[in-house]
Write a protein that binds this ligand. Structure first.
Ligand code: ZN
Length: 138
């Protein structure tokens, strides 16, 4: 069995962002030389997510509105966590959007259903952040 590990770094300009990282993950699979196996992709931060969904701007707007409805950023004093920080909402948003995804690799490609794409979801950005890609297989 072969294994491969890589960190993808992103310079996140805004507090909240969704970034399609599918091409980055495909590049990792090509670099790994693994054609049959699994790829794990996870956020390395507790205020960010990796998830799979459609690359459609209306849907991304709907995610933003839905998440703000569930866990609004402000007022900051709404969250006990914010006695030391201002990112209580970001921890909650990350929890509901998930930490990681696992995708099958078949014949050297992501074995996706229709329209599936991998996203990094940032909820407390404005700095450098990273994602772990771990691939196992042969
Ligand atoms: Zn925090």
């Amino acid at each position: 069995m072969k294994s491969y590990r890589k960190e993808l770094w992103f310079d996140i300009k805004n507090r909240r962002e969704f970034i399609n990282i599918t091409r980055d993950v495909e590049r990792c699979i090509a670099d790994s030389g693994i054609t049959e196996g699994m790829v794990l992709v996870n956020a390395m931060h507790i205020t960010a997510s990796v998830f799979i969904n459609d690359d459609e701007s209306g849907l991304h707007h709907d995610f933003e509105v839905w998440l703000e409805g569930l866990a609004p950023e402000k007022p900051y004093d709404r969250y006990k966590h914010n006695s030391y920080e201002d990112n209580g909402d970001a921890h909650l948003k990350r929890t509901i959007m998930g930490r990681e995804v696992v995708v099958a690799i078949t014949e050297g490609r992501l074995d996706f259903g229709p329209w599936e794409q991998i996203f990094y979801g940032e909820f407390d950005g404005k700095r450098k952040k990273r994602v772990l890609v771990k691939i196992i297989g042969e």
